[in-house]
Ligand binder design. Sequence first.
Ligand code: SAH
Ligand code: SF4
Length: 365
Amino acid sequence: MTANLLNFDAKGLTDFCIEIGEKPFRAKQLLRWIHQSSVIDFASMSDLAKSLRDKLTDLAVIEAPQVISDHVASDGTRKWLLSVGTENAIETVFIPEVNRGTLCVSSQVGCALACTFCSTGKQGFNRNLTVAEIIGQLWIANKLLREDLRQFSNDISDSERLVSNVVMMGMGEPLANFENVAMALDLMLDDHAYGLSRRRVTVSTSGLVPAMDRLRERCPVALAVSLHASNDALRDHLVPINKKYPIQELLAACRRYLAVAPRDFVTFEYVMLDGINDTALHARELIQLVRDTPCKFNLIPFNSFHGSEYKRSASENIRVFRDILMQAGYVVTVRKTRGGDIAAACGQLAGQVKDRTRRTAAISM
Ligand code: SAH
Ligand code: SF4
């Protein structure tokens, strides 16, 4: 069977090299060719022996998802729709800023957790992405961004980090696809692949408590938690997984995580829904709720989508809410809505999710 080498992290690739009768250190060379030089043709891997190149051509491929469409918004945000087979597609978004470029990566086709304000959640769930499909998003972004820049300058080296930050905030719940996401994270951090520091890679979770503990042990990157509510009754409604892992359990998991996290705070994401969770009372309740958990807040103005039942909070209400948190001593950012004209904003990613029959099965995790 042909192996897709994008599915392997450093350890997997080392095992593969041993399996085909090669020295383990070949894995490092391969990682650099694949992830830093974006080479898919084994024949071009000039520092590998001809016999190895031939063997790899027979036994392996390097296959990222196919790009179906590529859109750039007026503010420079770029969105790729990627085919992941049988009519399914996922979305990846690149957000250029002055000193960094952030890639928003998807982890599943759809999502089973059905948060009531989320377009991906409304789509239902089809399946987990493979390692190749997750890391493939970074591989594609890196390759295409570099190709674009090289049209203007020849000075762009293979190791230049055009994507300086990754956030697992695209479609899907990353911690519900734990092993594949963890292997993709390993590649993001690996110096022979993307070499990003742990603080520049963020996993966002709706609060799968046992998986947060696993991540802490396996690969503690920066953590963002989708809190979105100041009490359990409200969160049960907005983020239904709260019925299984209520707020106090979630906050305790955040504190355990902080013991090893690359940053000394958790980022709480809080979607601003008009009249639902955005009043001064909610802000005060929130301050009480998190008082023992070192955190920052990221307020996300709700991005509406076709068929959504909520409205975005008025700017004035967001400002008042932010000021109450700031006066209590918290660092608060209000997320700029980027890429709105190409439906690339947070929570608008829809992709194409076919055959949602597995949704009920996936919910029992
Ligand atoms: N499943 C993960 C990560 C993906 S969503 C999670 O839930 O954390 C990334 C962020 O966008 C989450 O905080 C999510 O709650 C938020 N989000 C989802 N739909 C949104 C919408 N319509 N408007 C604004 N933010 C939204
Ligand atoms: Fe899934 Fe996150 Fe959307 Fe909730 S907000 S449905 S967990 S992708």
